[in-house]
Design a protein around this ligand. Structure first.
Ligand SMILES: [Zn+2]
Length: 214
């Protein structure tokens, strides 16, 4: 079979097509049309291999499933190669202004080391930074978020999410009996991320799309 030593793959970290080196490989399930062992020699079979490999530039890991089809002793061909990880369709928060990115990175780092309260506080701070960058004024965060909505930066659904992040953040900051669970922190972080992607990343990509089509 075609032993792979490396893969060409789009690395989301490097943001380019890279050469990635294989560090582990394993066989998945095999299915054969053979009815008895005597038939096996010329019966069609289907099989999967799994590869783990690393980007040679940044060490980003990938998991790939390679599907094969063949007849023993005659031929074997790769029918499909699927990148299972990282999930390519995910839109990443990019094009974030520095102050927003600093708060976002801290929220992400907090969550990944199970510091759920700081994760929620930094998520709320992301929203503060967004309001400042977009000149959404008001006497408190609640008013500034409403202003964000009035100025057309977010729609009413995102405004609801933003207020929820603000409220949980407030409780985490002021109520000493309030426990932030992992589930709450993940939701707060995910909704914060979605708001940032909507305001900054997708807006920038859409502008780029429009200018390409001119
Ligand atoms: Zn890379």
């Amino acid at each position: 079979m075609s032993e792979k030593e490396s893969f060409d793959v789009f690395c989301p970290q490097c943001n380019i097509l890279v050469d990635a080196k294989v560090i582990a490989k394993g066989a998945g399930g095999f299915r054969s049309n053979a009815i008895n062992p005597m038939d096996e020699v010329d019966a069609e079979y289907h099989g999967d291999y799994y590869y783990v490999f690393l980007c040679r530039r940044c060490n980003q890991p990938f998991l790939v499933r390679q599907s094969l089809y063949g007849i023993p002793g005659e031929f074997e061909t790769v029918t499909e190669e699927t990148v299972l990880y990282p999930n390519e369709s995910k839109v990443l928060p990019e094009a974030l202004p520095d102050s927003v990115k600093a708060a976002y990175d801290q929220a992400a780092r907090s969550f990944h080391v199970s510091l759920f309260e700081p994760c929620v506080l930094m998520s709320r701070k992301c929203l503060e930074a967004v309001c400042k960058i977009l000149n959404a004024d008001g006497k408190n965060l609640s008013a500034r978020l409403d202003r964000l909505h009035q100025d057309g930066h977010i729609d009413s659904r995102l405004l609801n999410w933003a207020h929820q992040i603000r409220l949980v953040g407030n409780e985490a900051a002021h109520d000493i009996d309030f426990i932030v669970t992992k589930e709450d922190a993940r939701d707060i972080f995910d909704f914060t991320e979605a708001i940032l992607i909507y305001i900054f990343s997708l807006t920038k990509r859409f502008e780029a799309l429009q200018s390409r089509r001119k």
